[in-house]
Design a binder for this molecule. Sequence first.
Ligand code: MTE
Ligand code: LUZ
Ligand code: MOS
Length: 757
Amino acid sequence: MYNNNRMKNIDSYTHVRGESIYVDDLPILGGTLFGVIFDSPVAHAKILKLDTSEAEKMPGVKHIITYKDIPGENQIGGIFPDEPSLAEGEVHFKGQPVALVLATSKRAGHAALSKIVMEVEELPVIVDPREAAAKGEIIGTQRTFKLGDPDGQWDKCAHVFEGVAESGGQEHLYIEGQGAYAFPVENGCIRLVSSTQGPTQVQRAACRVLGVPMHKIEVDVRRLGGGFGGKEDQASPFAVLAALGAMHSNKPVKLILDREEDMRMTGKRHPYTSDFKIGLDKDLNIIAYEVDFYQDAGAAADLSPAVLERSLFHATNSYYVPNVKARATSCRTNVPPNTAFRGFGGPQGMFVIEAAISKAAEELGVDRAVIQERNLFIDGQPFSYGQITEGCEAKNAWSQACEKFDVEGARKRIAAFNAENTFYKKGLALMPICFGISFTNTPMNHARALVHVYQDGSLGVSTGAVEMGQGVNTKMLQIAALTFGVNPDRIKIETTNTTRVANTSPTAASAGADLNGKALQIACNAILARFKTFIKDSFKASSEDAVELREEGVYIDGKKVDWNWETLVQKAFLARINLSEKGHYSTPKIHFDKTTEKGHPFAYHVYGTAIFETTVDCVRGRYEMDAVHIVHDFGKSMNRIIDKGQVEGAMVQGVGWMTMEELRYNEQGRLLSNALSTYKVPDIYSAPKEVNVEFLETAGSDLAILKSKAVGEPPLMYGIGAYFALVDAIKAFNPKANGLFSSPMTPERVLMALYNK
Ligand code: MTE
Ligand code: LUZ
Ligand code: MOS
């Protein structure tokens, strides 16, 4: 109970009973207006005329807001100022917000949309990132990471292979759509409840558009019905519109997107198309690797430059390559601005080197696992960005996965099955991962926490962490319970609120628990130190070190004294000791220099290996994932239930991205996969039949909270293994089916590959 690394997610009780509160569950305040967005029906155009007069006459419509009504700056771009809150003069993607209707009901608001007249002059639409790059539609600058001398190696390599690899986009499909509820409070202040991973992002964007200082807007977040990166930046446009509506009307404004609006208006995982070149020596050591990433950024920068950077950081996945040249270009297209999605460019980067290894393996007639294993990182080797591997578990995870799940036995079993069966083929693939933990933008790696011990012995904890289903609040609660040695029931995790904890980084980069947990530890330890001094003085103990708080008891030199936690708190309060504390943490040791593209950007790396087994129906192209076996580096997991859930969930999400989720826009920039009937996400039937997650017991890292490594994103990249397991099965049926490096591997693609010549 007191150091419970098997504690249930504290939200499970209210989740199961349907009592957990999301934005749409807040009681409606009298006078509330409902915001409905009029979004661009075309992907790229000049706006010639916008006429809202007929719509304004519709029943229930109170206000229609356009860019002209913005009191501050019409700008919500975070990294680059290239995204208006409401379109002004031009539109750049279908789904771009143009006007905001405020009505007495959502239905009345929707009814008014068809009465808004927008006359446009259509402009050319680009949906292909390579076309965008060719036309100079580039966001930011191209980036190149370089190690060694790749250009000088190709002649020396025994084998050189080139190819193209493509990975598709991915819809976040958080269960709770984007939304916010804004309440005007006195003196032009606004309280803004938002489903956001970045309360401060929302606050900053709203202040900019409303033209008010940050202290006038308080953002509050209870929890999210999922974020997956989709609410790291993109909760802001909608929260800003709710706040704008509230300021304009001086009424509470609620704005929640329904599913189709959300899919149409918001950005997704970036599709990538990339060129690769890989060189190996005769022993299959990778000597040189060159890759050129083209990222489909969509119509505005959003987080694309940061995502792009992470593709470069993870361009060689878990492999040591002494000579690397990785170049990346962010390409502006006329689709909604693509954004953070679990892995943040890492998966896209890793897919390409996995494709390159596959290409080499198929050309050389060797198993890809041989090349993979031979090139895994060991301690002391540099990444292309200069950081040196420490505590590297790449080989350890790989060999334990092979051993625990008897990969040799599986191969024999699969070979026998494939020899016996003509129209069913099995395939197998291994997928090692290596993911860096920290925001790659060093200044973002800090957090704060606020702890109150109330005089009755209960505690209230506020941090900058946002709960989105990943269990960070449970981890925060564990930290406070552990530090004070109290029953977890005494602790309440408060909402994430910019007035209690300011200037937060978004809960992202898998670093939420590390950053906020460390800040919380610092705050708790400061109160604990005061308690210890008080106990020492009260009991005339030899020193503070002799005092211990555990299991609600007070111990001196290991012996229980007659105070318990509650008496301690009451007496400390009467002695006028400060029972509150704020903690601040910033990750030590990390740095990165963008001019040289070298540094030590990550606190540590997370490793692991997955083995996928699949069966393909070679008549129909259908397939099942028979099993996935994972050995994952958790460090010293502080909550095995939550962490295992994160690995399973991320893995399935990765499998979905690689195998079935096919995001499609047409040439006019219209989203074709715009509903759950046209966009297939993994369900219980398509999840691997057997999922084994083994805890690789490793030392962890001092920079991980309680040595428990960050777990949110890394396991998504296991999903890449599912792709190559399918390729393996396809080749068992059709050995000529080479160069299959275009994901997702949908049943349709499988069928075509089975019969291509
Ligand atoms: N798990 C659930 N259930 N829901 C989510 O939205 N987001 C993922 C991951 N796990 C997510 C999730 C992403 S993209 C990140 S960055 C991390 O959680 C963020 O939380 P953490 O930093 O506390 O791990
Ligand atoms: N967000 C961000 C992220 O701003 N920087 C990052 O490095 C990052 N990494 C993963 C996910 N979100
Ligand atoms: Mo996660 S993509 O860092 O929100």
